[in-house]
Design a protein around this ligand. Structure first.
Ligand SMILES: Cc1cc2nc3c(=O)[nH]c(=O)nc-3n(C[C@H](O)[C@H](O)[C@H](O)COP(=O)(O)OP(=O)(O)OC[C@H]3O[C@@H](n4cnc5c(N)ncnc54)[C@H](O)[C@@H]3O)c2cc1C
Length: 375
């Protein structure tokens, strides 16, 4: 669109640092492309060029393949990336002032925050007081080897929790899975080809099967126009915690699971964590482990973006501590745009996945291209 820009951050940061080595993507191959307008570097093309196995549907993509694909994508299509962090962002009379971690000062008329998940790891209050030796968030772990020979409780029932439990078990840790849910809702393996009636009743989309997911991928602007409470409920409930089908055999019968377990007391005694929970009709149980991992997901809270100047943070209009955005991803502070996970309450679950990048990139670049005419 001819809009001059600078881009900061670390390519594939969350995939290289905040997710476990050895995991596979839950999104299907066709839904795991990084977006460029010409479609010149799809995941399928990347894999074909390297002789790596690939299928549009039904073959879990190893995270290592996706990371290498992303790094190649950045080298070829975004070579101007500056691998440094922004440590301060504040509003000025004609735009924004930014500071990088290495002390550079710069200014911009507009800023796009695409900070993804990295600032938003959520640890529930029952665990948050334990201290870093005894509790950590799932996003702090990439190399499972560091847990070999240790006892670990993974708290959670979603993909992060089950992936971590499986990989830690394989790496030689004594892992327990503890979850409030009464059952782990594994995805079903895809069956292809499907009869026409199945396809009509349950269409495939970049977010999985079903008309709800299809609505989310095809109509994010309609989603934006839905009443607030309906949007919040849809983002909370649609595509809830569910591990991929391919992890099931790695945990069932191998990793002890304590389900329907509501944590009632967590204390550190003799350098071990004593985790006590209650189960309906089943009294209390206590597990003693070296370390607890909260695989309890991500919660967007604008206040956690500490690099935003306090006044800028306070002046952002928000609902449930997530930003209120126009259909051009613009926040209540003019010139500040926010995409990715933090935009999900406005544009729906699509914003949480790689598949959503196409909509965000096209919509935002068009709007920035138009805005250029006015400044
Ligand atoms: C365990 C797990 C499994 C997942 N599996 C899938 C999947 O299978 N398919 C899928 O589509 N999605 C999956 N996701 C969601 C995934 O996180 C998103 O799809 C994707 O990472 C979003 O990309 P993003 O660029 O918005 O954010 P991120 O990938 O989180 O990237 C954020 C970027 O912001 C930069 N940044 C942050 N703060 C600053 C700062 N102050 N200054 C400069 N740069 C900064 C970081 O360096 C990084 O480059 C998964 C998430 C998790 C946690």
């Amino acid at each position: 669109m001819g809009v001059p820009f600078r881009i900061f951050g670390s390519a594939m940061h969350s995939w290289r640092n905040c997710m476990p080595a050895g995991m596979c993507l839950k999104s299907e191959g066709f839904a795991s492309n990084l977006y460029d307008p010409e479609g010149s570097l799809t995941l399928a093309a990347y894999c074909a060029a390297r002789g790596l196995h690939y299928q549009d549907v039904g073959y879990p993509i190893p995270i290592e393949t996706f990371i290498q694909y992303g790094l190649e994508f950045q080298r070829r299509l975004v070579p101007t990336l500056e691998e440094t962090d922004i440590t301060r962002l504040e509003r000025t009379s004609d735009g924004f002032a930014l500071q990088t971690v290495d002390g550079q000062a710069l200014s911009a008329r507009r800023v796009v925050l695409a900070v993804g998940i990295v600032h938003f790891g959520y640890v529930p209050p029952a665990l948050s007081g334990l201290g870093p030796d005894h509790v950590s968030h799932s996003s702090q772990h990439h190399d499972m080897g560091t847990f070999r020979g240790r006892s670990v409780a993974v708290v959670g029932a979603g993909a992060s929790a089950v992936d971590l439990a499986a990989l830690m078990h394989e790496a030689g840790a004594a892992v327990h899975l503890v979850a409030r849910r009464a059952a782990i809702l594994f995805h079903s393996p895809p069956v292809e080809p499907r009869p026409w009636l199945q396809r009509a009743l349950n269409p495939r989309s970049g977010l999985g099967l079903g008309w709800r997911s299809r609505f989310c991928t095809d109509a994010p602007l309609l989603f934006h126009a839905l009443p607030l409470q309906l949007r919040l409920r849809a983002v909370r409930n649609h595509l809830g915690p569910a591990p991929g089908w391919f992890v099931k055999e790695k945990v069932v019968g191998r990793v002890p699971m304590h389900l329907g377990a509501e944590l009632t007391r967590v204390v550190v005694r003799d350098r071990h964590v004593h985790l006590t929970w209650a189960r309906k009709g089943d009294g209390e149980s206590t597990l003693v482990v070296d370390h607890v991992i909260a695989a309890t997901g991500y919660r967007v809270e604008l206040q956690r973006l500490r690099f935003l100047d306090e006044r800028l943070r306070q002046s952002l209009r928000s609902v449930a501590d997530t930003p209120v955005l126009t259909t051009d991803f613009e926040a209540s502070v003019p010139g500040l745009h926010i995409v990715g996970l933090a935009s999900a309450n406005c544009f729906g679950p699509l914003a949480r996945f790689a598949y959503g990048a196409r909509f965000a990139a096209r919509r935002l670049s068009r709007s920035l291209g138009d805005a250029r005419l006015w400044f």
